[in-house]
Design a protein around this ligand. Sequence first.
Ligand SMILES: *Cc1c(COP(=O)(O)O)cnc(C)c1O
Length: 363
Amino acid sequence: MNKHNFSAGPSILPQQVIEEASNDVKEWGSVGGLSLIEVSHRCKEFVEVVNESTQLIKELLDVPEHYEVLFLQGGASTQFCMVPYNFLKEGEKALYLDTGVWSTKAIKESNIFGDTEIIASSKDKNYNYIPKFNIDVDKHFHNVSYLHITTNNTIYGTQLYEDLDIDIPLIADMSSDIFSRKIDVSKYDLIYAGAQKNIGPAGVTIVIVNKYKLGRVSREIPTMLNYHTHIDKKSMFNTPPVFSIYCCLLTLRWLKENGGVDAIQKNNEYKSNLLYNEIDRNELFEGTTEKDCRSKMNVTFLLKDDKLEESFLKLCDDKGIVGIKGHRSVGGFRSSIYNAMSVESIEHLIKVMRDFEISHPII
Ligand SMILES: *Cc1c(COP(=O)(O)O)cnc(C)c1O
């Protein structure tokens, strides 16, 4: 591809994934004489795609034995309701860390099912930081079903870099930073992530769930919204999104070939540092978030003089940089630099920022 794709999602995928997937849509080598998207999801070749994807996820994230990996539909947004449906026990409460629009949407769904408490929020400063919080674990130990967090706030550009060390079951929306850094899966009862940020095309949501933590609630759960259904049928209760899952498999193979999560984490740190250093150095720009929680996936920044915005966007467009306009609730710019984003593309963006600085001297 000859453009530099900084879109937040759907977003950049490794070039080899796009090429291989396109070929397999024309004719899928594993079967021969048929397109990947016209074969039965129950054929042994596709069952093998799900098995290998599951294996790779377990290997790359070092997932403990008693966790199940699922490929579901309905986006991360359906998980906002599936989580409390399956995990918020009657008479207990759910705790939520409010770090942006996605958390807010998750909180709204939890309120349908039971007592929902926001333990901390950064709404006061348009979510430009991750709020500190204290939980009285002794007080909460017997009446809290889980604490829900959003590890990376795609819109605002903030991130929790480390797994929380807390004795309360954790549930995490990792839609925009799964596979970007090492995590300790055993700390979470459930992790979910829409694929379209860091793994594949839209249409599939990856769920990693501790199966021993299911089944505590007594409410009746509709079949499709019950994690047990999908565990029992190995994500094949109904027709799964075959193309999306297949592309995820190709991305997972790519990730493994390139040294896995450890290597990509180092690369992500290098890439994000390059860009933040330029934002801090260049007099025209400034970051929008507090420095100790800057996202390594979505880098948000402003022009100090917002009248220059249009001309910077125009320059980016001329230089083949796309998807860099900030989300409407933050303004400015957002460059999403997911796993597949090359160092070269980031250097290109930095060069454009420097050129812009030269053509717009501060007097
Ligand atoms: C994009 C995003 C979502 C929403 O995902 P859908 O798959 O569109 O439902 C939820 N949470 C986070 C953190 C996201 O980045």
